[in-house]
Ligand binder design. Structure first.
Ligand code: FO1
Length: 352
Protein backbone atom coordinates (compact mmCIF):
# COMPACT_ATOMS: atom_id res chain seq x y z
CA UNK A 1 0.00 0.00 0.00
CA UNK A 2 1.16 3.56 -0.69
CA UNK A 3 -0.20 6.67 0.97
CA UNK A 4 -0.17 10.04 -0.81
CA UNK A 5 -0.52 13.40 0.92
CA UNK A 6 -2.45 15.58 -1.49
CA UNK A 7 -3.27 19.25 -1.81
CA UNK A 8 -3.39 21.81 -4.59
CA UNK A 9 -2.43 20.41 -7.97
CA UNK A 10 1.03 18.86 -7.42
CA UNK A 11 0.08 15.53 -5.87
CA UNK A 12 -3.15 15.13 -7.90
CA UNK A 13 -1.10 15.50 -11.11
CA UNK A 14 1.35 12.88 -9.85
CA UNK A 15 -1.52 10.51 -9.03
CA UNK A 16 -3.18 11.06 -12.39
CA UNK A 17 -0.16 9.90 -14.39
CA UNK A 18 1.34 7.56 -11.85
CA UNK A 19 -1.29 4.84 -11.90
CA UNK A 20 0.98 2.35 -13.69
CA UNK A 21 3.63 2.85 -11.04
CA UNK A 22 1.48 2.93 -7.91
CA UNK A 23 -1.59 0.70 -8.17
CA UNK A 24 -4.59 2.94 -7.38
CA UNK A 25 -6.40 0.00 -5.79
CA UNK A 26 -3.53 -0.19 -3.32
CA UNK A 27 -3.25 3.55 -2.65
CA UNK A 28 -4.73 5.84 -0.03
CA UNK A 29 -4.89 9.58 -0.65
CA UNK A 30 -5.04 11.85 2.38
CA UNK A 31 -6.55 15.17 1.29
CA UNK A 32 -5.86 18.60 2.74
CA UNK A 33 -8.94 20.30 4.17
CA UNK A 34 -7.41 23.61 5.30
CA UNK A 35 -8.60 25.26 2.06
CA UNK A 36 -12.19 24.16 2.65
CA UNK A 37 -14.84 26.81 3.05
CA UNK A 38 -18.55 27.11 3.56
CA UNK A 39 -20.30 29.11 0.86
CA UNK A 40 -24.01 29.75 1.24
CA UNK A 41 -24.22 26.85 3.71
CA UNK A 42 -22.39 24.39 1.43
CA UNK A 43 -19.07 22.87 2.45
CA UNK A 44 -16.64 23.15 -0.46
CA UNK A 45 -13.54 20.91 -0.22
CA UNK A 46 -11.29 21.95 -3.14
CA UNK A 47 -8.36 19.62 -2.50
CA UNK A 48 -10.53 16.57 -1.84
CA UNK A 49 -12.59 17.37 -4.93
CA UNK A 50 -9.64 17.69 -7.29
CA UNK A 51 -8.71 14.08 -6.46
CA UNK A 52 -12.37 13.03 -6.57
CA UNK A 53 -13.02 14.59 -9.97
CA UNK A 54 -9.72 13.46 -11.48
CA UNK A 55 -10.26 9.88 -10.34
CA UNK A 56 -13.83 10.05 -11.62
CA UNK A 57 -12.63 11.28 -15.02
CA UNK A 58 -14.56 14.56 -14.86
CA UNK A 59 -11.91 17.05 -13.65
CA UNK A 60 -11.42 20.28 -15.55
CA UNK A 61 -7.78 19.73 -16.44
CA UNK A 62 -7.29 23.32 -17.60
CA UNK A 63 -7.69 24.63 -14.05
CA UNK A 64 -7.28 21.43 -11.99
CA UNK A 65 -10.40 22.34 -10.02
CA UNK A 66 -14.10 21.97 -10.81
CA UNK A 67 -15.84 19.72 -13.32
CA UNK A 68 -14.99 19.89 -17.01
CA UNK A 69 -17.72 21.52 -19.08
CA UNK A 70 -19.79 22.22 -15.98
CA UNK A 71 -22.83 24.44 -16.50
CA UNK A 72 -22.84 27.82 -14.82
CA UNK A 73 -26.58 28.56 -14.82
CA UNK A 74 -26.91 28.98 -11.06
CA UNK A 75 -23.65 30.91 -10.63
CA UNK A 76 -24.36 33.28 -13.53
CA UNK A 77 -27.93 33.99 -12.47
CA UNK A 78 -26.85 34.48 -8.86
CA UNK A 79 -24.10 36.91 -9.90
CA UNK A 80 -26.53 38.78 -12.17
CA UNK A 81 -29.16 39.07 -9.44
CA UNK A 82 -26.52 40.11 -6.88
CA UNK A 83 -25.24 42.84 -9.21
CA UNK A 84 -28.78 44.09 -9.83
CA UNK A 85 -29.37 44.09 -6.09
CA UNK A 86 -26.19 46.10 -5.55
CA UNK A 87 -24.56 43.25 -3.60
CA UNK A 88 -20.74 43.28 -3.65
CA UNK A 89 -19.41 39.85 -4.77
CA UNK A 90 -17.38 39.53 -1.60
CA UNK A 91 -15.82 37.57 0.04
CA UNK A 92 -18.72 38.21 2.43
CA UNK A 93 -17.78 36.62 5.75
CA UNK A 94 -20.60 35.80 8.13
CA UNK A 95 -20.41 37.54 11.53
CA UNK A 96 -17.88 36.43 14.15
CA UNK A 97 -20.67 34.79 16.16
CA UNK A 98 -21.82 32.85 13.14
CA UNK A 99 -18.28 31.66 12.40
CA UNK A 100 -18.40 29.37 15.42
CA UNK A 101 -22.11 28.54 15.40
CA UNK A 102 -23.79 25.88 13.29
CA UNK A 103 -21.99 22.90 11.83
CA UNK A 104 -18.61 22.54 13.47
CA UNK A 105 -16.59 21.55 10.40
CA UNK A 106 -17.13 24.95 8.73
CA UNK A 107 -15.76 27.05 11.60
CA UNK A 108 -13.82 30.22 10.74
CA UNK A 109 -14.41 29.93 6.96
CA UNK A 110 -18.08 30.75 6.56
CA UNK A 111 -19.11 32.99 3.69
CA UNK A 112 -22.61 34.12 2.88
CA UNK A 113 -24.31 32.70 -0.20
CA UNK A 114 -24.39 36.23 -1.61
CA UNK A 115 -20.60 35.94 -2.17
CA UNK A 116 -19.95 35.24 -5.82
CA UNK A 117 -16.18 35.72 -5.77
CA UNK A 118 -15.71 31.97 -6.24
CA UNK A 119 -17.18 30.21 -9.22
CA UNK A 120 -19.25 27.12 -8.42
CA UNK A 121 -20.43 25.15 -11.44
CA UNK A 122 -23.87 23.55 -11.27
CA UNK A 123 -22.68 19.95 -10.98
CA UNK A 124 -19.87 20.97 -8.61
CA UNK A 125 -22.52 22.65 -6.45
CA UNK A 126 -24.51 19.40 -6.43
CA UNK A 127 -21.47 17.61 -4.99
CA UNK A 128 -21.24 20.20 -2.18
CA UNK A 129 -24.99 19.90 -1.56
CA UNK A 130 -24.79 16.13 -1.20
CA UNK A 131 -21.66 16.35 0.96
CA UNK A 132 -23.18 18.96 3.29
CA UNK A 133 -26.50 17.13 3.46
CA UNK A 134 -24.81 13.90 4.56
CA UNK A 135 -22.65 15.80 7.08
CA UNK A 136 -25.80 17.38 8.52
CA UNK A 137 -27.31 13.90 8.83
CA UNK A 138 -24.45 13.12 11.22
CA UNK A 139 -21.87 11.40 9.02
CA UNK A 140 -18.21 12.31 9.40
CA UNK A 141 -16.26 13.95 6.59
CA UNK A 142 -14.33 10.67 6.22
CA UNK A 143 -17.56 8.73 5.71
CA UNK A 144 -19.00 11.31 3.34
CA UNK A 145 -15.80 11.53 1.29
CA UNK A 146 -15.78 7.75 0.87
CA UNK A 147 -19.45 7.82 -0.20
CA UNK A 148 -18.65 10.46 -2.81
CA UNK A 149 -15.62 8.44 -3.91
CA UNK A 150 -17.95 5.47 -4.50
CA UNK A 151 -20.23 7.68 -6.59
CA UNK A 152 -17.26 8.73 -8.75
CA UNK A 153 -15.94 5.13 -8.97
CA UNK A 154 -12.63 6.09 -7.46
CA UNK A 155 -10.03 3.35 -7.34
CA UNK A 156 -7.96 4.97 -4.60
CA UNK A 157 -9.22 5.26 -1.04
CA UNK A 158 -9.68 9.02 -0.55
CA UNK A 159 -9.86 10.33 3.02
CA UNK A 160 -9.67 13.80 4.55
CA UNK A 161 -6.83 14.68 6.92
CA UNK A 162 -9.32 15.39 9.72
CA UNK A 163 -13.00 15.21 10.58
CA UNK A 164 -12.58 18.44 12.55
CA UNK A 165 -12.35 22.01 11.32
CA UNK A 166 -8.88 23.31 10.45
CA UNK A 167 -8.97 26.63 8.61
CA UNK A 168 -5.93 27.98 6.79
CA UNK A 169 -5.79 31.67 7.69
CA UNK A 170 -3.27 33.99 6.06
CA UNK A 171 -2.07 36.77 8.34
CA UNK A 172 -1.56 39.97 6.36
CA UNK A 173 -0.84 43.56 7.44
CA UNK A 174 -4.62 44.15 7.15
CA UNK A 175 -5.47 41.19 9.40
CA UNK A 176 -6.15 37.46 9.03
CA UNK A 177 -8.01 36.31 5.93
CA UNK A 178 -9.06 32.84 4.83
CA UNK A 179 -6.84 31.16 2.21
CA UNK A 180 -9.60 31.41 -0.45
CA UNK A 181 -9.84 35.18 0.05
CA UNK A 182 -6.03 35.43 -0.22
CA UNK A 183 -5.83 33.23 -3.31
CA UNK A 184 -9.07 33.67 -5.27
CA UNK A 185 -10.34 37.11 -4.28
CA UNK A 186 -6.95 38.79 -3.89
CA UNK A 187 -4.93 36.77 -6.40
CA UNK A 188 -2.25 35.92 -3.82
CA UNK A 189 -1.22 39.62 -3.68
CA UNK A 190 -1.29 40.49 0.06
CA UNK A 191 1.92 40.43 2.04
CA UNK A 192 2.07 37.24 4.13
CA UNK A 193 3.13 37.78 7.76
CA UNK A 194 2.25 34.28 8.94
CA UNK A 195 0.02 31.30 8.17
CA UNK A 196 -2.22 29.88 10.85
CA UNK A 197 -4.05 26.55 10.83
CA UNK A 198 -6.97 27.61 12.97
CA UNK A 199 -8.36 24.78 15.07
CA UNK A 200 -5.11 22.79 15.13
CA UNK A 201 -3.05 22.66 18.29
CA UNK A 202 -1.13 25.86 18.92
CA UNK A 203 -3.25 27.99 16.60
CA UNK A 204 -4.12 31.45 17.83
CA UNK A 205 -7.81 30.71 18.14
CA UNK A 206 -7.52 27.19 19.45
CA UNK A 207 -9.02 28.35 22.73
CA UNK A 208 -12.18 29.33 20.84
CA UNK A 209 -12.46 25.89 19.23
CA UNK A 210 -15.01 23.30 20.31
CA UNK A 211 -11.96 21.08 20.70
CA UNK A 212 -8.50 20.86 19.19
CA UNK A 213 -8.61 19.20 15.77
CA UNK A 214 -7.31 15.66 15.61
CA UNK A 215 -6.21 13.71 12.58
CA UNK A 216 -8.82 11.40 11.03
CA UNK A 217 -8.28 7.79 12.10
CA UNK A 218 -8.19 6.62 8.47
CA UNK A 219 -5.46 9.14 7.65
CA UNK A 220 -3.32 8.10 10.61
CA UNK A 221 -3.75 4.42 9.78
CA UNK A 222 -2.86 4.98 6.12
CA UNK A 223 0.34 6.82 7.01
CA UNK A 224 1.21 4.15 9.58
CA UNK A 225 0.76 1.47 6.89
CA UNK A 226 2.73 3.65 4.37
CA UNK A 227 5.15 4.16 2.67
CA UNK A 228 4.21 7.78 2.06
CA UNK A 229 4.65 9.96 -1.02
CA UNK A 230 4.37 13.74 -0.75
CA UNK A 231 3.93 15.12 -4.25
CA UNK A 232 5.14 18.54 -5.39
CA UNK A 233 2.38 20.29 -3.49
CA UNK A 234 2.84 23.60 -1.70
CA UNK A 235 4.50 22.72 1.64
CA UNK A 236 2.75 25.54 3.53
CA UNK A 237 -0.92 25.57 2.57
CA UNK A 238 -1.34 22.16 0.89
CA UNK A 239 0.71 19.96 3.25
CA UNK A 240 1.16 22.32 6.23
CA UNK A 241 -2.39 21.82 7.59
CA UNK A 242 -1.71 18.07 7.85
CA UNK A 243 1.60 18.67 9.62
CA UNK A 244 -0.23 20.90 12.11
CA UNK A 245 -2.03 17.79 13.38
CA UNK A 246 -0.08 15.95 16.10
CA UNK A 247 -1.44 12.56 15.03
CA UNK A 248 -0.13 12.98 11.48
CA UNK A 249 3.27 14.40 12.50
CA UNK A 250 3.78 11.52 14.95
CA UNK A 251 3.15 8.75 12.42
CA UNK A 252 5.10 10.51 9.67
CA UNK A 253 8.16 10.49 11.91
CA UNK A 254 8.11 6.67 11.91
CA UNK A 255 7.06 6.12 8.27
CA UNK A 256 9.20 5.82 5.16
CA UNK A 257 8.46 9.07 3.35
CA UNK A 258 9.62 10.55 0.05
CA UNK A 259 8.79 14.03 -1.24
CA UNK A 260 9.03 15.75 -4.59
CA UNK A 261 10.31 19.32 -4.34
CA UNK A 262 7.94 21.84 -5.95
CA UNK A 263 11.02 23.99 -6.59
CA UNK A 264 14.00 23.81 -8.93
CA UNK A 265 16.47 25.34 -6.48
CA UNK A 266 14.82 28.79 -5.90
CA UNK A 267 12.37 28.52 -8.80
CA UNK A 268 8.82 27.34 -7.98
CA UNK A 269 6.83 25.63 -10.74
CA UNK A 270 3.67 27.63 -10.01
CA UNK A 271 1.42 29.15 -7.37
CA UNK A 272 2.02 31.08 -4.16
CA UNK A 273 4.51 28.66 -2.54
CA UNK A 274 7.54 31.05 -2.45
CA UNK A 275 5.63 33.89 -0.79
CA UNK A 276 3.95 31.57 1.72
CA UNK A 277 7.24 29.87 2.59
CA UNK A 278 8.92 33.20 3.23
CA UNK A 279 5.91 34.23 5.31
CA UNK A 280 6.40 31.32 7.69
CA UNK A 281 10.18 31.66 7.82
CA UNK A 282 11.37 29.03 5.34
CA UNK A 283 13.71 29.75 2.48
CA UNK A 284 11.61 29.73 -0.72
CA UNK A 285 13.63 26.93 -2.29
CA UNK A 286 14.31 23.21 -2.26
CA UNK A 287 16.45 23.82 0.85
CA UNK A 288 13.40 25.36 2.55
CA UNK A 289 11.25 22.39 1.52
CA UNK A 290 13.75 20.03 3.14
CA UNK A 291 13.64 22.17 6.31
CA UNK A 292 9.83 22.04 6.28
CA UNK A 293 9.92 18.25 5.91
CA UNK A 294 12.29 16.89 8.59
CA UNK A 295 10.44 13.54 8.45
CA UNK A 296 11.23 12.91 4.76
CA UNK A 297 13.74 10.10 4.13
CA UNK A 298 14.54 10.80 0.46
CA UNK A 299 13.74 13.57 -2.02
CA UNK A 300 12.96 13.69 -5.71
CA UNK A 301 14.58 16.77 -7.25
CA UNK A 302 14.70 18.13 -10.76
CA UNK A 303 17.72 17.30 -12.94
CA UNK A 304 18.57 21.01 -12.93
CA UNK A 305 18.34 21.27 -9.14
CA UNK A 306 21.84 21.03 -7.68
CA UNK A 307 20.75 21.60 -4.07
CA UNK A 308 22.92 19.64 -1.69
CA UNK A 309 20.66 17.99 0.89
CA UNK A 310 21.44 16.00 4.00
CA UNK A 311 19.22 13.15 2.77
CA UNK A 312 19.27 10.85 -0.27
CA UNK A 313 18.16 12.35 -3.57
CA UNK A 314 16.82 10.91 -6.82
CA UNK A 315 16.84 13.27 -9.78
CA UNK A 316 14.59 13.40 -12.82
CA UNK A 317 12.80 16.02 -14.91
CA UNK A 318 10.11 17.00 -12.39
CA UNK A 319 8.06 19.27 -14.66
CA UNK A 320 4.60 17.70 -15.05
CA UNK A 321 2.75 18.99 -18.10
CA UNK A 322 1.00 15.72 -18.89
CA UNK A 323 0.45 12.17 -17.64
CA UNK A 324 3.67 10.90 -19.26
CA UNK A 325 5.61 13.49 -17.23
CA UNK A 326 3.73 12.45 -14.10
CA UNK A 327 4.54 8.79 -14.77
CA UNK A 328 8.24 9.71 -14.95
CA UNK A 329 8.05 11.56 -11.61
CA UNK A 330 6.10 8.64 -10.09
CA UNK A 331 8.89 6.27 -11.16
CA UNK A 332 11.39 8.57 -9.48
CA UNK A 333 9.25 8.45 -6.31
CA UNK A 334 9.29 4.67 -6.44
CA UNK A 335 13.08 4.75 -6.85
CA UNK A 336 13.36 7.22 -3.98
CA UNK A 337 11.34 4.87 -1.79
CA UNK A 338 13.77 2.08 -2.65
CA UNK A 339 16.71 4.37 -1.89
CA UNK A 340 15.13 5.41 1.41
CA UNK A 341 14.56 1.78 2.29
CA UNK A 342 18.06 0.68 1.40
CA UNK A 343 19.44 3.82 3.06
CA UNK A 344 21.73 4.58 0.10
CA UNK A 345 23.32 7.99 0.01
CA UNK A 346 22.78 9.53 -3.41
CA UNK A 347 21.48 8.30 -6.73
CA UNK A 348 21.90 10.95 -9.41
CA UNK A 349 20.93 10.94 -13.06
CA UNK A 350 17.89 10.35 -15.18
CA UNK A 351 15.63 7.72 -13.71
CA UNK A 352 14.81 4.81 -15.98
N1 FO1 B 1 -9.95 28.97 -7.95
C1 FO1 B 1 -10.00 30.16 -8.55
O1 FO1 B 1 -8.95 30.72 -8.87
N2 FO1 B 1 -11.20 30.79 -8.79
C2 FO1 B 1 -12.39 30.23 -8.46
O2 FO1 B 1 -13.44 30.82 -8.69
C3 FO1 B 1 -12.36 28.94 -7.83
C4 FO1 B 1 -13.52 28.28 -7.47
C5 FO1 B 1 -13.44 26.99 -6.93
C6 FO1 B 1 -14.61 26.28 -6.63
C7 FO1 B 1 -14.55 25.00 -6.13
C8 FO1 B 1 -13.30 24.41 -5.92
O3 FO1 B 1 -13.24 23.18 -5.43
C9 FO1 B 1 -12.12 25.10 -6.19
C10 FO1 B 1 -12.18 26.38 -6.70
N3 FO1 B 1 -11.01 27.09 -7.00
C11 FO1 B 1 -11.09 28.33 -7.59
C12 FO1 B 1 -9.69 26.51 -6.72
C13 FO1 B 1 -9.19 26.76 -5.29
O4 FO1 B 1 -9.28 28.08 -4.92
C14 FO1 B 1 -7.69 26.53 -5.04
O5 FO1 B 1 -6.97 26.36 -6.20
C15 FO1 B 1 -7.44 25.44 -4.08
O6 FO1 B 1 -8.06 25.68 -2.86
C16 FO1 B 1 -5.95 25.22 -3.86
O7 FO1 B 1 -5.80 23.92 -3.77
Amino acid sequence: MTTFLAGGTGTPKLLAGGDDVFDPADSVVVGNTGDDMELGGLLVCPDIDTVLFEGGGVLDRETWWGIEGDASVTHDYLAELATDAGVDPGPRYLSDDQQTAGRDIARWRRFSGASTFMFLGDRDRAVHTLRTGLLDEGHSLTEVTRRLADAFDLEVDLVPMSDDPVATMIHTPEGAIHFQEFWVAKGGDPEVLDVEFRGAEGSESEAGAAHTATAADAAVEAIRNGPVVVGPSNPVTSIGPMLALDGIRDVLADATVVAVSPFVEEQAFSGPAPKLMEGVGYDPSTTGVADAYPFVDAFVLDDADGTDLDRPVVRTDTRMDDDADAARVARACRDALNVADSDATECDGEVA
